[in-house]
Design a binder for this molecule. Structure first.
Ligand SMILES: [Zn+2]
Length: 256
Protein backbone atom coordinates (compact mmCIF):
# COMPACT_ATOMS: atom_id res chain seq x y z
CA UNK A 1 0.00 0.00 0.00
CA UNK A 2 1.40 3.36 -0.96
CA UNK A 3 2.50 5.65 1.83
CA UNK A 4 1.86 8.73 -0.24
CA UNK A 5 -1.35 10.63 0.13
CA UNK A 6 -3.72 9.91 -2.72
CA UNK A 7 -5.91 12.61 -4.17
CA UNK A 8 -9.03 11.49 -6.06
CA UNK A 9 -9.99 12.76 -9.49
CA UNK A 10 -10.78 16.44 -9.71
CA UNK A 11 -12.09 18.48 -12.59
CA UNK A 12 -15.33 18.17 -14.49
CA UNK A 13 -15.53 14.37 -14.74
CA UNK A 14 -14.93 14.02 -11.00
CA UNK A 15 -17.60 16.63 -10.28
CA UNK A 16 -20.14 14.94 -12.54
CA UNK A 17 -19.39 11.57 -11.02
CA UNK A 18 -19.91 12.94 -7.51
CA UNK A 19 -23.12 14.69 -8.53
CA UNK A 20 -24.41 11.46 -10.06
CA UNK A 21 -23.47 9.44 -6.96
CA UNK A 22 -25.32 11.94 -4.75
CA UNK A 23 -28.39 12.10 -6.94
CA UNK A 24 -29.00 8.43 -7.70
CA UNK A 25 -29.64 5.32 -5.61
CA UNK A 26 -30.74 7.35 -2.62
CA UNK A 27 -31.96 5.36 0.38
CA UNK A 28 -34.20 7.70 2.37
CA UNK A 29 -33.68 7.88 6.11
CA UNK A 30 -36.22 9.99 7.98
CA UNK A 31 -34.48 11.81 10.80
CA UNK A 32 -36.62 13.28 13.53
CA UNK A 33 -34.77 14.18 16.70
CA UNK A 34 -35.59 16.28 19.74
CA UNK A 35 -31.90 16.64 20.60
CA UNK A 36 -28.81 16.80 18.40
CA UNK A 37 -27.12 13.47 17.76
CA UNK A 38 -23.38 13.34 17.09
CA UNK A 39 -21.14 10.52 15.87
CA UNK A 40 -17.35 10.76 15.92
CA UNK A 41 -15.78 8.57 13.24
CA UNK A 42 -12.17 7.93 12.26
CA UNK A 43 -11.13 6.52 8.90
CA UNK A 44 -8.43 4.03 7.85
CA UNK A 45 -7.34 4.31 10.85
CA UNK A 46 -4.19 5.61 12.52
CA UNK A 47 -3.18 4.41 15.99
CA UNK A 48 -3.35 7.99 17.26
CA UNK A 49 -7.11 7.97 16.59
CA UNK A 50 -7.42 4.72 18.54
CA UNK A 51 -5.38 6.01 21.49
CA UNK A 52 -5.43 9.82 21.83
CA UNK A 53 -8.72 10.17 19.95
CA UNK A 54 -10.51 7.38 21.79
CA UNK A 55 -9.31 8.65 25.19
CA UNK A 56 -10.92 12.05 24.58
CA UNK A 57 -14.26 10.37 23.83
CA UNK A 58 -14.02 7.80 26.62
CA UNK A 59 -13.37 10.55 29.19
CA UNK A 60 -16.96 11.69 28.48
CA UNK A 61 -18.35 8.16 28.48
CA UNK A 62 -18.70 8.30 24.70
CA UNK A 63 -17.70 5.87 21.96
CA UNK A 64 -16.89 6.40 18.30
CA UNK A 65 -16.86 4.53 15.01
CA UNK A 66 -13.57 3.33 13.55
CA UNK A 67 -13.64 2.62 9.83
CA UNK A 68 -10.97 -0.02 9.39
CA UNK A 69 -9.36 -0.80 6.04
CA UNK A 70 -7.76 -4.17 6.76
CA UNK A 71 -4.87 -3.46 4.42
CA UNK A 72 -3.63 -0.76 6.80
CA UNK A 73 -3.27 -3.09 9.81
CA UNK A 74 0.30 -2.92 11.19
CA UNK A 75 1.31 -0.52 8.41
CA UNK A 76 2.87 2.92 8.56
CA UNK A 77 1.41 5.59 6.27
CA UNK A 78 1.60 9.37 6.00
CA UNK A 79 -0.76 9.32 9.03
CA UNK A 80 1.93 7.54 11.08
CA UNK A 81 1.53 4.11 12.67
CA UNK A 82 -1.78 2.49 11.75
CA UNK A 83 -3.97 0.28 13.93
CA UNK A 84 -3.01 -3.16 15.13
CA UNK A 85 -4.98 -6.07 16.53
CA UNK A 86 -4.66 -4.77 20.09
CA UNK A 87 -6.23 -1.49 19.05
CA UNK A 88 -9.17 -3.40 17.56
CA UNK A 89 -9.62 -5.46 20.72
CA UNK A 90 -9.29 -2.51 23.09
CA UNK A 91 -11.67 -0.31 21.09
CA UNK A 92 -14.24 -3.10 20.93
CA UNK A 93 -13.94 -3.76 24.67
CA UNK A 94 -14.48 -0.04 25.31
CA UNK A 95 -17.71 0.04 23.31
CA UNK A 96 -16.49 1.61 20.07
CA UNK A 97 -17.82 0.42 16.73
CA UNK A 98 -15.39 -1.11 14.24
CA UNK A 99 -16.83 -0.59 10.77
CA UNK A 100 -15.87 -1.21 7.14
CA UNK A 101 -13.79 1.03 4.86
CA UNK A 102 -12.93 -1.58 2.15
CA UNK A 103 -9.71 -3.60 2.49
CA UNK A 104 -7.40 -1.80 0.08
CA UNK A 105 -8.87 1.69 0.42
CA UNK A 106 -9.98 1.78 -3.21
CA UNK A 107 -11.26 4.88 -4.95
CA UNK A 108 -14.74 3.88 -6.17
CA UNK A 109 -14.62 6.48 -8.95
CA UNK A 110 -11.67 4.74 -10.63
CA UNK A 111 -12.36 1.07 -9.78
CA UNK A 112 -14.88 -1.20 -11.40
CA UNK A 113 -17.81 -1.79 -9.02
CA UNK A 114 -17.19 -5.56 -9.13
CA UNK A 115 -13.56 -5.07 -8.12
CA UNK A 116 -14.62 -2.71 -5.33
CA UNK A 117 -17.17 -5.22 -4.00
CA UNK A 118 -14.53 -7.97 -3.99
CA UNK A 119 -12.37 -5.70 -1.89
CA UNK A 120 -15.27 -5.08 0.52
CA UNK A 121 -15.67 -8.86 0.77
CA UNK A 122 -11.99 -9.17 1.54
CA UNK A 123 -12.42 -6.72 4.41
CA UNK A 124 -15.34 -8.77 5.74
CA UNK A 125 -12.98 -11.78 5.81
CA UNK A 126 -10.42 -9.64 7.60
CA UNK A 127 -13.06 -8.86 10.26
CA UNK A 128 -13.79 -12.58 10.69
CA UNK A 129 -10.08 -13.42 10.96
CA UNK A 130 -9.60 -10.64 13.52
CA UNK A 131 -12.46 -12.01 15.62
CA UNK A 132 -14.62 -8.93 15.03
CA UNK A 133 -18.38 -8.90 14.59
CA UNK A 134 -19.48 -8.17 11.04
CA UNK A 135 -19.42 -4.45 10.29
CA UNK A 136 -22.78 -2.68 10.40
CA UNK A 137 -21.80 0.57 8.70
CA UNK A 138 -19.50 1.53 5.84
CA UNK A 139 -17.52 4.60 4.78
CA UNK A 140 -16.48 5.17 1.16
CA UNK A 141 -12.71 5.80 0.90
CA UNK A 142 -12.19 9.45 -0.19
CA UNK A 143 -15.98 9.74 0.01
CA UNK A 144 -16.11 8.51 -3.60
CA UNK A 145 -19.26 6.50 -4.38
CA UNK A 146 -21.13 5.24 -7.42
CA UNK A 147 -24.86 4.63 -7.76
CA UNK A 148 -24.20 0.92 -8.31
CA UNK A 149 -22.11 0.60 -5.17
CA UNK A 150 -24.64 2.54 -3.10
CA UNK A 151 -27.32 0.07 -4.21
CA UNK A 152 -25.18 -2.98 -3.52
CA UNK A 153 -23.72 -1.87 -0.19
CA UNK A 154 -26.91 -0.52 1.40
CA UNK A 155 -28.24 -4.08 1.27
CA UNK A 156 -25.37 -5.13 3.47
CA UNK A 157 -24.85 -2.15 5.80
CA UNK A 158 -27.33 -0.02 7.71
CA UNK A 159 -25.63 3.17 6.58
CA UNK A 160 -22.96 4.36 4.16
CA UNK A 161 -20.97 7.50 4.88
CA UNK A 162 -19.39 9.94 2.46
CA UNK A 163 -17.40 13.12 3.08
CA UNK A 164 -19.73 15.81 1.82
CA UNK A 165 -20.06 18.24 4.74
CA UNK A 166 -23.34 19.04 6.46
CA UNK A 167 -25.79 17.91 9.12
CA UNK A 168 -28.06 14.96 8.23
CA UNK A 169 -31.65 15.95 8.86
CA UNK A 170 -35.12 15.72 7.38
CA UNK A 171 -35.00 12.98 4.77
CA UNK A 172 -31.32 12.07 4.56
CA UNK A 173 -29.64 9.57 2.24
CA UNK A 174 -28.48 6.64 4.35
CA UNK A 175 -26.54 5.38 1.32
CA UNK A 176 -24.33 8.51 1.36
CA UNK A 177 -24.52 10.29 4.69
CA UNK A 178 -22.90 13.69 5.07
CA UNK A 179 -19.92 14.12 7.36
CA UNK A 180 -17.88 17.08 8.60
CA UNK A 181 -14.08 16.74 8.67
CA UNK A 182 -11.91 17.00 11.77
CA UNK A 183 -9.06 18.71 9.94
CA UNK A 184 -8.06 22.04 8.47
CA UNK A 185 -6.43 23.76 11.46
CA UNK A 186 -8.14 26.78 13.00
CA UNK A 187 -10.52 27.33 10.09
CA UNK A 188 -11.42 23.64 10.23
CA UNK A 189 -12.07 23.88 13.95
CA UNK A 190 -14.39 26.82 13.38
CA UNK A 191 -16.24 24.82 10.69
CA UNK A 192 -16.60 21.87 13.10
CA UNK A 193 -17.89 24.06 15.94
CA UNK A 194 -20.28 25.82 13.56
CA UNK A 195 -21.60 22.39 12.53
CA UNK A 196 -22.27 21.53 16.17
CA UNK A 197 -24.26 24.76 16.59
CA UNK A 198 -26.11 24.04 13.36
CA UNK A 199 -27.02 20.54 14.60
CA UNK A 200 -28.23 22.03 17.89
CA UNK A 201 -30.31 24.81 16.29
CA UNK A 202 -32.38 22.36 14.31
CA UNK A 203 -31.65 18.89 15.72
CA UNK A 204 -30.04 16.53 13.25
CA UNK A 205 -27.41 13.83 13.02
CA UNK A 206 -23.93 15.32 12.80
CA UNK A 207 -21.21 12.88 11.81
CA UNK A 208 -17.59 13.91 12.18
CA UNK A 209 -14.76 12.11 10.43
CA UNK A 210 -11.10 12.37 11.24
CA UNK A 211 -7.83 10.56 10.69
CA UNK A 212 -4.72 11.12 12.81
CA UNK A 213 -4.94 12.93 16.15
CA UNK A 214 -1.45 14.15 16.97
CA UNK A 215 0.56 17.26 17.81
CA UNK A 216 1.78 17.65 14.23
CA UNK A 217 -1.21 16.37 12.26
CA UNK A 218 -1.35 15.67 8.55
CA UNK A 219 -3.58 17.74 6.28
CA UNK A 220 -6.30 15.15 7.01
CA UNK A 221 -5.78 15.06 10.77
CA UNK A 222 -6.08 17.30 13.80
CA UNK A 223 -4.35 18.01 17.09
CA UNK A 224 -5.60 16.65 20.43
CA UNK A 225 -6.53 20.25 21.33
CA UNK A 226 -8.66 20.54 18.18
CA UNK A 227 -10.56 17.36 19.02
CA UNK A 228 -10.91 18.41 22.68
CA UNK A 229 -12.43 21.72 21.57
CA UNK A 230 -14.97 19.93 19.35
CA UNK A 231 -15.80 17.54 22.20
CA UNK A 232 -16.40 20.56 24.45
CA UNK A 233 -18.65 22.19 21.87
CA UNK A 234 -20.67 18.97 21.58
CA UNK A 235 -20.94 18.72 25.36
CA UNK A 236 -22.07 22.36 25.55
CA UNK A 237 -25.15 21.72 23.39
CA UNK A 238 -26.08 18.60 25.36
CA UNK A 239 -25.97 16.36 22.30
CA UNK A 240 -26.28 12.59 22.43
CA UNK A 241 -23.05 10.99 21.21
CA UNK A 242 -23.21 7.48 19.79
CA UNK A 243 -21.28 5.32 17.32
CA UNK A 244 -22.96 5.32 13.90
CA UNK A 245 -24.62 1.91 14.29
CA UNK A 246 -26.24 2.93 17.58
CA UNK A 247 -27.16 6.38 16.27
CA UNK A 248 -28.90 4.72 13.35
CA UNK A 249 -30.81 2.38 15.66
CA UNK A 250 -31.87 5.42 17.69
CA UNK A 251 -33.12 7.21 14.58
CA UNK A 252 -34.91 4.13 13.25
CA UNK A 253 -36.50 3.52 16.62
CA UNK A 254 -37.91 7.01 16.45
CA UNK A 255 -36.87 7.64 20.05
CA UNK A 256 -35.61 11.18 20.36
ZN1 LIG B 1 -10.00 6.51 4.26
Amino acid sequence: MSEAAYIPASGLSGKLQRLSARTFARAPLRIKLARPLVSFTFDDFPRSAATTGAALLEARGWAGTYFAAGGFKDQTTHHGAMFDIEDLNRLTANGHEIACHSFSHLDASSSRDSRFLEDVERNAEFFTDAGLDAAQTFAFPYGEATAGLKRALIKRYGALRGVRPGVNRGTADRALLKAVPLDGGLAGLQRAVDAVRDAAREPGWLIFYGHDVQDLPTTWGCTPEFLAAVVEAVEAVNADVLPMNQALARIEGGAA
